[in-house]
Design a binder for this molecule. Structure first.
Ligand code: F6P
Length: 517
């Protein structure tokens, strides 16, 4: 998008009437700002937008050629230019795998589904002949957040072994997962696209030692999900336990690949297929619906408008669904690792704000923690309420109360309240969206996740950034290697000038502490 178009859009945000007035002058706004697709009802009417801005934003979708970018993705074009890779996550769940990417993916997915069901049925067992009661996924970032979020969200559909997730290099994480687990009945899944990530490989090694101490053939207790099969095989993973995905699938977009293996172990292959069908249904919707009715496109426009045009620096995602409590963490990586950039695909500085800070916590818990700030603080934080129409627990009245709170909070944010006492007044005009899934089934969750994947990519196209690389995580990784060397040798290097005192302090206290391993 060129600077002139961007500026004209930004100008349209100046002097917007407050939300209360916008509703008074146009009672139909909830109609044109509500989108229904794939069992998701999305109400954007309490966003700070009027008809002129809405029409200009819709036009901007053509300006940046969103549909053209989808077509390029489907054709396997090199969309991730800084890593020279295609961006093929939609091919992972294509209903009829006709493209070469989709064919490559479907074979591996079938292998993963078959293995998961054999683990669940007890056809695949540990080295001493006992069926697996516990599956521990060791992975981080995209190799953890998606499967962990989905496994939790679909826990009502779970019927297989207990599935746990370990990501942190802090030994406490693996310690907690191993607590109560038995080596003879535990299957470890090493999920890592690169099979080199420090945290994952360190934890995998420790898990191997834990298994090896009690079981003769440790490899019977390990599965890998990776795009570097050779590295996994060299590490000792058995060939029939090595599930592959591809360099054209970004880590944070890999949930529909074999990275979903722990989810398959939890809910079974058939229900995982339903999850993929929901994603695919949303893919079809995204590529074939006109802009005004296109859920991921409209969602992306609202998020982009808030970050780039209104310059709101953060967005709070509040799942009013206890089972969706890991959604904010999953979205933090998806959105911030994708769009937290300052230069565009062309290497030049971007025009407006890029990724917002994504944060959040389940409602109603958040109401009793940080909603005070959302209602009366000096910063404006757009809020995304995500909930379900159908009740999730054994108490329908509680669900009605949950939903009532979504309505109350979005109204309080938007309408505010005048009051003679300043500390009891609510300024209002604070934007929010409400997304309602008709139910939290595998299929609907798949659609929701695909919606967020596409919205993230579309926001990236509007910003002009490459949403598919993550160079920003590399420097810290390199410096951690240097710091670890200094700690291990007890000598910090001259180049570590800024961190010298801290390193030396740690080295000195470490010498005085007892060592575990
Ligand atoms: O550090 C960032 C990152 O590269 C993410 O993009 C990725 O999801 C995560 O690390 C884990 O990487 P891997 O799956 O290769 O272990």
């Amino acid at each position: 998008m060129d600077a002139e178009v961007f500026q004209s859009l930004k100008n349209l945000t100046h002097g917007l009437a407050p939300l209360v007035e916008l509703f008074q002058t146009d009672p139909s706004r909830s109609k044109w700002l509500t989108v229904e697709a794939c069992g998701i009802h999305a109400d954007f009417s309490r966003q700070r937008i009027n008809k002129s801005l809405y029409e200009a934003l819709i036009h901007s979708v053509d300006v940046v050629d969103v549909q053209g970018s989808f077509s390029k993705m489907m054709a396997g074009d090199i969309m991730n230019v800084t890593e020279d890779r295609a961006v093929g996550h939609m091919a992972l769940r294509a209903p009829a795998p006709s493209s070469p990417l989709a064919q490559q993916a479907s074979g591996q997915l079938e292998r993963a589904k078959a293995l998961a069901d054999r683990v669940r049925s007890g056809a695949v067992r540990g080295a001493t002949g006992k069926p697996f009661a516990t599956v521990i996924n060791i992975g981080i970032g995209g190799s953890d957040l998606g499967p962990a979020m989905v496994t939790r969200a679909l826990r009502r559909s779970a019927s297989g072994p207990v599935v746990k997730f370990v990501s942190n290099i802090d030994a406490a994480d693996l310690d907690e997962a191993l607590h109560g687990a038995q080596p003879e009945t535990t299957l470890i899944v090493v999920s890592s696209k690169t099979f080199t990530t420090l945290e994952t490989m360190h934890n995998a090694e420790r898990a191997r030692q834990w298994i090896q101490a009690s079981v003769p053939n440790w490899a019977n207790h390990f599965v890998a999900a990776t795009s570097h099969a050779e590295t996994a095989l060299n590490w000792g993973i058995q060939k029939d336990r090595c599930l592959e995905f591809f360099d054209w699938v970004g880590g944070r977009f890999s949930l529909s690949s074999v990275i979903g293996f722990p989810v398959m172990c939890s809910i079974g292959a058939d229900q995982f297929s339903d999850f993929l069908a929901g994603m695919s249904e949303l893919d079809h919707h995204a590529m074939n619906s006109p802009t005004a009715n296109n859920l991921p496109v409209m969602h992306a426009l609202m998020w982009w408008m808030n970050s780039a045009l209104h310059s709101f620096p953060t967005v709070a995602v509040i799942p009013y669904s206890h089972d969706l409590s890991r959604l904010p963490a999953y979205l933090q990586q998806l959105v911030m690792e994708s769009n937290g950039k300052s230069v565009g695909v062309d290497g030049r500085s971007v025009l407006g704000g890029t990724s917002p800070v994504v944060w959040g916590e389940s409602g109603t818990n958040g109401q009793h923690a940080f909603f005070q700030m959302l209602h009366q603080g000096t910063q404006i934080v757009p809020v995304e309420f995500v909930t379900t129409g159908a009740s999730l627990g054994a108490d329908d009245e509680a669900h009605d109360l949950l939903f009532a709170n979504v309505i109350a909070q979005s109204e309080a944010l938007a309408a505010g309240r005048t009051h003679s006492e300043p500390h009891k007044a609510f300024e209002g005009n604070r934007p929010s969206s409400v997304l309602v899934l008709d139910e939290l089934s595998p299929r609907r969750l798949g659609s929701l996740i695909a919606m967020y994947e596409h919205s993230t990519a579309i926001q990236g196209w509007l910003m002009g950034v490459n949403s598919f690389d993550q160079w920003g995580v590399e420097l810290g990784k390199i410096l951690a290697v240097d710091a670890a060397k200094a700690i291990a040798s007890g000598v910090s290097e001259d180049e570590q000038t800024m961190t010298h005192p801290l390193l030396n302090w740690y080295i000195s206290i470490r010498k005085k502490l007892p060592r575990n391993q």
